[in-house]
Design a protein around this ligand. Sequence first.
Ligand code: SF4
Length: 76
Amino acid sequence: MTKLINIARQYCANWDAGKCIGCVFNRKDDKLSYSISSKYSGKNCFVDKGCKYFEAVVIPGIADEKTKETAKLLRK
Ligand code: SF4
């Protein structure tokens, strides 16, 4: 059975050997920027406990529909 963390490992750009890089995107005044969140950077991937980045960026970017649906079903 597929686990959410395996989907994160395969699809999340923040995944780094089980740790989270912590890169987050910000939009202000129609400009997109990014920053490294000290709250998340270097922490073990917490996708099983809920991750906004996974919800907002990773899942919509999964091209394989079966994997996308599995991710939606498994998330908290
Ligand atoms: S915590 Fe979220 S953003 Fe960080 S690696 Fe895991 S799924 Fe990606």
